[in-house]
Design a protein around this ligand. Sequence first.
Ligand SMILES: [Zn+2]
Ligand SMILES: [Zn+2]
Length: 277
Amino acid sequence: MRFTVLGSGSTGNAMLIHAGETRVLVDAGLSAREIVRRLVAVGEDISRLDGIIITHEHGDHAGGLRVLLNSVRCPVYISAETRDAYISERRNLSSSEPQKRTEILKHRTAEIVSSKDFKIGQLDFHPFTIPHDAADNFGFTASYQNTCLATVNDLGHITTLVRERLRACAAIVIESNHDRDMLKACAVYPWELKQRIMSRTGHLSNDDIAAWLQDSNDGFDAHAAHLVLTHLSLRANNTFLAKLSAEQAIKMRAPLFQATTEVIISDPKEPTAWIEL
Ligand SMILES: [Zn+2]
Ligand SMILES: [Zn+2]
């Protein structure tokens, strides 16, 4: 199994997982054109996709889906709640968009339930609910031949369920959205937006990630060889700060529970290198 984060941030999220003969796109929040370009950049081809998973309806995760579906034939794995919310989304969209979304998804949907396991080709998916302000968002682990990868983007806090599901994974892709002080000081964001981001159903901060990484009792189990930090805020975070904060937290673990995990930062504009598991 291998994967690459094609792009991540508030401007759009997408990731590709490849295992055996199966290729799955996770989220389509970049423009269709960018998704196609980045797939080519990592040596893949849009026509070889076996499925597209949509984790929640927010534009930075599903905004490119409708146009992308004109060039791919694979099904969209989406829950009923997320599909309905995706169709009725009206923010910054033309009045004909809901109709177009309804039409294109009509015969293309493989309905999933955010708490029930499902399979795409040779990949087994185990989704779980995460706390975020969308209709039915989920994180998941994906497994292939006893190797497991976890993905959790967009969540306001790390729940007991999330802690449990992140154990024994060979790689973890998790958001490290903002630095709390930078967010509070950010002059561009209105106070309501800051409150939303910092809330229990908003986004994880560098400090949240650090606390989980350092906690060898109830937090990170040090199993993962790769930790990919995603969804970094352009205005309220920076790559060096997020990476340093995570690396320091790993170093501060109790001596008996040391980790050799490599910290990788995703980029909003370019794919990460392939990460092999
Ligand atoms: Zn979101
Ligand atoms: Zn997002």
